[in-house]
Design a binder for this molecule. Structure first.
Ligand code: BGC
Length: 935
């Protein structure tokens, strides 16, 4: 039987995907591809520390290896590497080691660069033919980029060094190992010959760069964002980074929608742009418009160059300005060709439904308020290989405005503000401002009018969840057996690092209490995400290229294939859902999490996320698409209010999610930390019920982000305990609780139920959502004791080291001092023993070891390394002379999660451990207590 898990094929797919995401922006002087045997000098310290990912939860995958750019170039033996230059960097990095920063979100955006003289560059140029200059950047969760040197801008040192290299070498290639687009003014100022965004390509990233530089792969990546001449040109820049309210006055005019409509001159590299080593002809075939089916269009791509390559066909629509105002271009279809050999052709057919050509009327100006409409007038359709070079492919005219889909006002802002709008009458691309329509329907009123009904509580009738599957009882009948307190417990996901699921992952949900589990409800496990599995106990997983890189592939197929491998990695680690893909819109280049997200365009985002979900669904696991919705900056993300029109929400910020639900079959969604139009998204009835479940007919689960607030109405402060507002909105799972059964977070569910602020039927509705989800998970099948051939195959593929981490000794830190069971600690050479400790308190603590050399020669060196979570907290080394027991006290990192790991690793045998005690030094419960929001 063919094997499913094949790590070599996984690597190959990841490498191919990372290579397809690389965007070639400039290639003068026939610089690329490099000829075999070319003598290369590699500059830039990122040759020593390739960024495989950005920072924060989305980047914390523990890997077996990372292939950096230099290593890949060198190992390929295709080039002659200048070792003098390399050695200089090695020496520099020895003196200036990588600065990880201290704590969460503290890693700097860039690492100190090595300064060098003109002579150094000139000498390198004498010894080699081509220079490769790597520029590295990172950013991430809780750390936006800044319009500062070292982040969005190059530093003076980087510019000076690049200038020296460009002057000394006849050919210089700049590689941008970055998470998101950066300022590009230096391209014209300094003039390197070739420039490529190589992004953060995951653990195979360096190999992908090698493939493109060597010509093994012809670049075919396209920009998923517009690169403007200056950050100030993005219309969102003005309001980006505010701490209280983020007014989105640019409205639907995000990215290329803005530039193509109002400010074409400020674009440096347009959306969809990317060069190739070959050339293509894009021929327009038949075009037709049908009143029911929409547009149908044929495009013929011919490789007119000498070598094989792929091209991306992009279709844009220009709708008539009408009364609403429209973007001059809106992407409504794209497709990547297969690999075409020289002279080969491929015909692609596009069927574009009318929904994609319509606009949302949030004002009633078309006389169809709260509807998607196609306004009367002429629609022009353009086809090309980026938004700028797309040519007219066909047009049609509507005599009358048509309603494409009638909706209901939802999520509209409560406060008045102004948004931009094009006004053609005032001259081409003139910008005017109009008032954004505000809310007329109160979501709380809607909820009251539409309260669900539930069967009365029956008590335990002996039905298990399996009886639902076997149709012995309906899901409603099954849930009716659960008491109110069981239902409340089910709304509480547990984590981080719950011992009830795979070690080290972010969350556990479903049958998290004994009672729930007695009803045969399994415990689902979910982990970050998006670019590979994060397991904080140190288990290894595969790290994928980042979201932006995958977006730039414009390739649905490769995204699907890559995520079917990812699905196997999830299955291998017994995880049901990956916390990703992240799919927020790149509203501004400075958002720190852009690396996890895809693009400024919702169609591209939605289609590629759908492909990734389809890949995961092949093996019955899924992605928790996030962050729903409007997380466009990290600064104050728990509180900052995203003030945005209903039209922009529906056409831009929700659209990708809508596609993932309707086309990708999404089954799990994570709401955001913060509010949209005054209501925290986790408690937004309009977002999670009216639109998501009502209009899109979504029937999966919604979970909060980790420790998220809720509020009762627009303007009311957010509160961590207000979980009743979340359940009312149909945010099914509040993540995360230390202990669901005893309500360790102190949420208001029981009280709200008593006071009538929450109904039992609302709890039942969410419990049904959760159980329906769980029925589809591997966790359910495992709970039934089933082990498929795939499970067996994957279990055999877990490394010995990783399986030790999954097989932990459980312990409770529930008193001021507890002793661990030392008989469980294996002290032989090379052994690792891991404990998972459930801590009752958040605290500062110490670890006290009493140990001695166990009959060893005096000169013996006997180390034991102690890790807390993934971090080494101390290596204690005794010698053979330590024949008497010694007490060693190690201070630990602050314990602020309910669960943490302690791991003991013996590089040598020969130690005897008498006792290990955990001692609380300071209780920090009060310090870490989550109070109401400070908004
Ligand atoms: C992030 C989420 C992540 C979660 C669990 C949060 O801080 O915003 O994206 O999935 O933590 O790690």
């Amino acid at each position: 039987m063919a094997k499913n898990w094949d790590i070599e094929k996984f690597k190959k797919t990841a490498r191919a995907a990372a290579a397809e995401g690389i965007v070639l922006l400039k290639n003068d002087n026939n610089t690329l591809p490099l000829k075999k045997g070319t003598k290369l000098s590699v500059f830039g310290r990122s040759q020593m520390n390739y960024y495989k990912s950005g920072t924060g939860s989305g980047g914390m995958v523990n890997v077996d290896y990372v292939v950096g750019i230099y290593e890949a170039l060198e190992a390929s033996k295709k080039f002659k590497m200048n070792l003098t230059v390399r050695k200089a960097y090695e020496a520099f990095v020895k003196e200036n080691p990588f600065d990880t920063g201290i704590g969460w979100a503290a890693e700097p955006w860039f690492q100190k660069e090595m300064p060098f003289s003109d002579e150094f560059a000139k000498k390198a140029a004498e010894e080699s033919e081509v220079a490769v200059f790597i520029i590295g950047r990172t950013a991430g969760e809780d750390q936006d980029n800044k319009n500062e040197q070292g982040s969005y801008l190059l530093t003076d040192e980087e510019k000076a060094s690049l200038k020296k290299v460009c002057e000394a070498f006849s050919k210089t290639i700049v590689l941008l190992n970055v998470g998101n687009i950066i300022d590009m003014k230096w391209v014209e100022e300094i003039g390197p010959d070739a420039v490529l965004y190589v992004w953060q390509g995951g653990q195979e990233g360096g190999n992908a760069v090698l493939d493109v530089l060597s010509g093994a792969v012809t670049p075919s990546g396209k920009l998923s964002d517009t690169i403007a001449k200056d950050i100030s040109k993005y219309p969102s820049t003005e309001n980006f980074g505010s701490d209280k309210r983020n007014f989105q006055s640019e409205d639907i005019y995000v990215g290329y929608r803005y530039f193509e409509t109002f400010d074409k001159d400020s674009v440096f590299y347009p959306f969809g742009f990317g060069l190739s080593y070959t050339t293509f002809d894009v021929g327009i075939g038949e075009f037709s418009y049908d009143e029911i089916e929409g547009i149908s269009l044929e495009v013929l791509v011919t490789n007119t160059g000498d070598i094989s390559g792929k091209e991306v066909v992009q279709v844009y629509v220009e709708a008539p300005q009408g009364v609403l105002g429209k973007s001059k271009r809106v992407l409504c279809g794209f497709s990547k060709t297969d690999l075409l050999g020289a002279g080969q052709m491929q015909c692609t057919c596009f069927d574009i439904p009318k929904y994609w050509l319509s606009s949302y009327d949030d004002s009633g100006k078309t006389k169809h308020k709260s509807s998607y409409v196609m306004e009367k007038g002429t629609y022009r359709v353009y086809v090309g290989t980026d938004v700028r070079n797309a040519e007219l492919a066909g047009e049609f005219t509507l005599e009358k405005t048509e309603v494409i889909c009638k909706c209901e006002e939802a999520l509209a802002p409560v406060k008045e503000f102004e948004r931009i709008k094009p006004e053609e009458a005032l001259g081409l691309c003139a910008k005017v401002y109009e008032k954004v329509p505000t809310r007329t329907l109160d979501p709380n009123k809607k909820r009251k009018e539409r309260l669900p009904k539930a069967l009365p509580y029956t008590g335990d009738k002996g039905f298990k969840l399996k009886d639902v599957e076997e149709k012995n009882v309906s899901m409603e009948g099954f849930i009716a057996q659960l008491s109110d307190s069981d239902l409340c417990a089910m709304m509480r996901g547990e984590g981080m690092c719950s011992p009830k699921v795979t070690a080290g992952i972010a969350g556990a949900f479903g049958g998290v209490t004994e009672k729930l589990s007695d009803f045969g409800i399994p415990i689902g496990g979910c982990s970050d995400g998006p670019s590979g599995i994060r397991m904080d106990c140190g288990t290894h997983a595969f790290s994928l290229p980042n979201g932006t890189c995958l977006a730039c592939t414009f390739n649905e197929e490769i995204n699907e294939e890559l995520f079917s491998w990812e699905a196997l990695d999830l299955r291998k680690n017994k995880i049901d859902a990956l916390l990703g893909p992240g799919m927020n819109i790149h509203r501004n280049p400075l958002n720190g999490r852009n690396f996890e997200y895809f693009s400024e365009d919702p169609l591209l985002t939605g289609k590629l996320v759908s492909a990734q979900l389809k890949g995961m669904h092949k093996y019955d696991v899924t992605g928790v698409i996030k962050h729903f919705a409007g997380n466009t900056q990290e600064f104050k993300r728990h509180n900052v209010d995203n003030v945005v029109s209903e039209r922009a929400l529906r056409e831009i910020y929700l659209k990708g999610f809508e596609i993932a639900v309707r086309e990708g079959g999404a089954r799990a969604i994570m709401s955001t930390y913060g509010p949209v139009n005054g209501i925290w998204t986790a408690s937004s009835y309009d977002l999670l019920t009216t639109i998501l479940r009502g209009e899109w007919e979504y029937d999966g689960i919604v979970m909060t982000d980790w420790w998220a607030m809720g509020n009762d109405e627009a303007g009311a402060p957010g509160n961590y305990q207000n979980v009743s507002a979340q359940v009312r909105a149909q945010n099914d799972l509040n993540m995360v609780n230390g202990n669901a059964g005893d309500n360790s977070n102190g949420d208001d569910l029981p009280v709200a139920l008593k006071q009538g602020r929450l109904t039992r039927a609302e709890l039942v509705r969410s419990a049904i959502n959760i159980c329906n989800f769980l029925l589809k998970t591997p966790a359910y099948r495992h709970m039934l004791g089933e082990e498929s051939a795939l499970d067996k195959e994957l279990a055999a593929a877990v490394s010995a080291e990783d399986s030790k981490l999954q097989d932990m000794v459980k312990a409770s830190f529930d008193r001021d001092e507890v002793e661990l069971d030392v008989s469980k600690i294996k002290v032989e050479k090379g052994e690792t023993t891991a404990f998972i400790i459930n801590s009752k308190h958040k605290c500062m603590a110490e670890l006290e070891l009493v140990l001695r050399a166990d009959n060893q020669p005096d000169v013996a060196q006997l180390p034991v390394s102690v890790f807390q979570d993934k971090n080494l907290i101390k290596t204690v080394t005794l010698t053979g002379m330590d024949k008497d027991f010694k007490t060693v006290t190690i201070s630990m990192n602050e314990i602020f999660n309910s669960n943490f790991y302690l791991k003991f690793y013996f590089a040598q045998g020969g130690l005897e451990i008498k006792s290990v005690k955990l001692k609380m030094v300071k209780n920090l419960d009060e310090v870490f207590k989550r109070g109401p929001s400070e908004l």
